[in-house]
Design a protein around this ligand. Structure first.
Ligand SMILES: *Cc1c(COP(=O)(O)O)cnc(C)c1O
Length: 360
């Protein structure tokens, strides 16, 4: 067996320790005589797994009691529809467009109502975060929407927008549990777990209780109402049991490491190693304004497509995998999620330095 350094943006690297536990428990979970994959979602064993996962997540994120935690399916893209379907009472919402994922969310919301794009960084290919301190918030907006970490473009919103009293809805998919967040500042925050938390197939939604409405938009299917899942503690229908179990193992791993505060320090250290190198490199450079750089997803280019391709190829052969950037940005992207060890970043930077020596 030989595990590589996997810089994929998602599905992405998981902690080896978690995979080993899942492996050890694969044939028989505790004394159940069966795998979690084979269990009824109504069994005591699975109920305990779900309860424990929720309780550990509440500890990790310090989630206030008046927020519900929902384990849903359909990926991030389903949230792009669920949010307007459940929250667009006035059929109007304000969207801040800082990259591919907020743009997609806005496009989907347009199916359901009026979408006001109150800020955008598209003029510079989403390479920065606009000033969000004094926006033209619409009077009848039902919420203000952000994608706090743009996975493809590599920006992070460090200072939340001034929503002037409106509810803030945020997609944290690619920074979920990477650093502490103050949940009470959000009405809804959510993340698809395949970036930083677990295997694809689970989306975690954290929603303030008073935003779980009965009177959602007409024609909203039962499965797409937050209320359905809240009333049934995420067990309205069969949830992705095994994937939730693995998320639970990741929560335990994080707690053992010291939680999101400790994780943030490690993530900052890892990102700094790569950014410092990029800032001093003669052939590689980052694509994002310094103040808005993500600690999770780091795009970089040489400025020469053939050289980019040569680098990606050489890196792949050296066991540094999935460094190809998204087609909309080009070049390279290194995703340094929680489970990427610092050794992986050091190996990448060392490899880049060697490559550079051979190309100047
Ligand atoms: C990956 C991603 C999504 C889409 O998630 P799917 O599960 O593929 O639908 C949405 N938002 C962000 C920030 C992402 O990184």
């Amino acid at each position: 067996m030989s595990r590589v350094f996997n810089f994929s943006a998602g599905p992405a690297v998981l902690p080896e320790e978690v995979l080993r536990t899942a492996q050890a428990e694969l044939l028989e979970y505790k004394n159940s005589g069966m795998s979690v994959m084979e269990m009824s979602h109504r069994s005591k064993d699975f109920e305990d797994i779900l309860d424990q996962a929720e309780s550990d997540l509440r500890t990790l994120m310090n989630i206030p009691d008046n927020y519900k935690v929902l384990f849903l399916q359909g990926g991030g893209c389903t949230q792009f529809a669920m949010i307007p379907m459940n929250l667009m009472k006035n059929k109007s919402a304000d969207y801040i467009i800082t990259g591919n994922w907020s743009k997609k969310a806005a496009q989907e919301a347009e199916i359901f109502g009026i979408v006001n794009k109150i800020a955008s960084s598209e003029d510079k290919n989403f390479s920065y975060v606009p000033d969000l301190s004094d926006l033209n918030i619409s009077e009848n907006a039902d919420y203000v929407y952000i994608c706090q970490n743009e996975t493809i473009h590599g920006t992070t919103i460090r200072k939340l927008p001034n929503t002037k009293g409106k509810i803030l809805v945020a997609d944290l998919s690619s920074m979920f549990l990477s650093e502490p967040v103050d949940v009470s500042k959000y009405g809804v925050l959510w993340g698809g777990v395949q970036k930083n938390v677990g295997p694809a197939g689970v989306t975690i939604v954290i929603i303030r209780e008073d935003l779980i409405y009965d009177d959602v938009l007409p024609f909203t299917p039962t499965m797409l109402k937050y209320k359905t899942h809240s009333d049934n503690k995420s067990l309205y229908n069969t949830p992705p049991c095994f994937n939730i179990y693995v998320c639970g193992l990741v929560f335990k791993w994080l707690l053992k490491l010291g939680g999101t505060e400790a994780m943030k320090k490690i993530n900052e250290e890892k990102a700094k190693i790569l950014y410092d190198f990029l800032d001093s490199s003669k052939i590689f450079h980052g694509t994002v304004e310094k103040k808005d750089r993500s600690f999770m997803n780091i795009p970089f280019v040489t400025g020469n497509k053939e050289l980019d391709a040569e680098f990606i190829n050489a890196a792949t052969n050296a066991g540094l995998k999935n460094l190809k950037g998204h087609r909309t940005v080009g070049g390279m992207r290194a995703s340094l999620y929680n489970a990427m060890p610092v050794e992986g970043v050091k190996a990448l930077v060392e490899f880049m330095a060697d490559f550079e020596k051979g190309h100047i």
